[in-house]
Design a protein around this ligand. Structure first.
Ligand SMILES: [Zn+2]
Ligand SMILES: [Zn+2]
Length: 272
C-alpha cells in the first residue's frame, strides 16, 4: 500500500510538472503581429511588414532586432503565418531576411504572398522557396488542413474588409502542443455569410483565443460572428491604431473587449 501511495505521489508530481510546462502566452508585436507560445512551440502571425500607412504600429526596432538575432523570447520560432499581402501585414524583404537567418522556419500564406516573395527577387529555385507555402484558396473553397512540426493547421479564406475582392485574406487556425488553439483573422470583414458558409470548419475544433481586427467589436455582425460562429474562449482585438499605445485601458473599455495596443505586451492564455 505504501508503495502504491509512493507511485501515486510520483505520478502526481509528474502531472504537475507537465502542467507547469504547458504555459501559453500571446505577445503583441504591432498592428496584427502576434507571437503565440505554447511550451516549446512558437508561431508568428503577420510579424514582418514595413508599412504603417501613417496610423498603424510598426514592430519596434528593439523587437525586430531580438527576432532577427533569435534572442529570447523570440528564439525557436517554428512557423510563420501571413494573413494577406497588404503592406501593414507583410513585406517580402524583412520576411526573407528572417527566413535566411532562421534556416528551418517555414512560412504559410496565401498564394499572393508567395508571389510577392518571388517578385521581390527571390529566384524560384532558391532553396528558401522550399520553405514558403502559398495556397490559392478562395472564399467559397473549403478549409485547408494539415499537420506539421507538432502544429495542427487549418485556414479558410475570408474576404477582406471594405470590398477588396482581389485580396486573398486567410483566417488561420493553429493548434500548438495539441492544446492551445488560436485563430488569426487578418483583415476579415464582418459579413456573416463569409463565415457561416464555413460553419463546419469553425465548429470542428474549439478555438481558445481569437485575434480579430478591432472593428469586430461594437459591430452587430462582428459581435455575432465572434459569439456564434468563432465562439472562442477569449478574443484579443488587433489592428488598433498606434495612437492607442499607452492608452490601452481606455480603448479596451470603449471597445468592450480586450485589445492589444502596446507592442511588447503579453497575455497569459491559460485561464481567462
Ligand atoms: Zn489589409
Ligand atoms: Zn490591415
Amino acid at each position: 500500500m505504501k508503495r502504491l501511495i509512493a507511485i501515486f505521489a510520483t505520478s502526481l508530481s509528474l502531472f504537475n510538472t507537465a502542467i507547469a510546462h504547458d504555459s501559453a502566452t500571446a505577445a503583441y508585436l504591432g498592428n496584427e503581429g502576434v507571437m503565440v507560445v505554447h511550451g516549446e512551440t512558437k508561431v508568428l502571425f503577420d510579424a514582418f511588414y514595413a508599412d504603417s500607412y501613417g496610423q498603424y504600429a510598426l514592430v519596434p526596432d528593439t523587437i525586430v532586432e531580438a527576432m532577427m538575432k533569435g534572442a529570447p523570447p523570440y528564439d525557436g520560432v517554428d512557423a510563420i503565418f501571413v494573413s494577406h499581402v497588404h503592406g501593414d501585414h507583410f513585406t517580402a524583404e524583412p520576411a526573407v531576411a528572417y527566413m535566411r537567418a532562421n534556416p528551418t522556419v517555414r512560412l504559410y500564406a496565401p498564394q499572393q504572398v508567395h508571389d510577392a516573395i518571388v517578385n521581390s527577387g527571390v529566384a524560384d529555385n532558391d532553396p528558401l522557396m522550399a520553405r514558403v507555402f502559398g495556397y490559392d484558396l478562395g472564399p467559397e473553397d473549403s478549409a485547408i488542413n494539415f499537420d506539421v512540426d507538432g502544429l495542427q493547421v487549418a485556414a479558410v479564406a475570408i474576404p477582406h474588409a471594405g470590398n477588396r475582392p482581389h485580396i486573398q485574406n486567410f483566417a488561420w487556425r493553429v493548434t500548438l502542443g495539441e492544446e492551445t488553439t488560436v485563430m488569426h483573422l487578418g483583415d476579415a470583414g464582418t459579413v456573416v455569410s463569409d463565415f457561416s458558409r464555413h460553419m463546419q470548419h469553425f465548429k470542428s475544433r474549439k478555438t481558445n483565443t481569437a485575434f480579430p481586427p478591432y472593428w469586430f467589436y461594437g459591430d452587430a455582425n462582428g459581435e455575432m460572428i465572434l459569439r456564434d460562429i468563432i465562439d472562442a474562449d477569449r478574443t484579443i482585438g488587433v489592428h488598433v491604431p498606434k495612437r492607442a499605445a499607452g492608452d490601452g485601458d481606455k480603448w479596451r473599455a470603449r471597445a468592450g473587449g480586450d485589445l492589444f495596443t502596446d507592442p511588447g505586451e503579453t497575455r497569459d492564455l491559460i485561464g481567462k
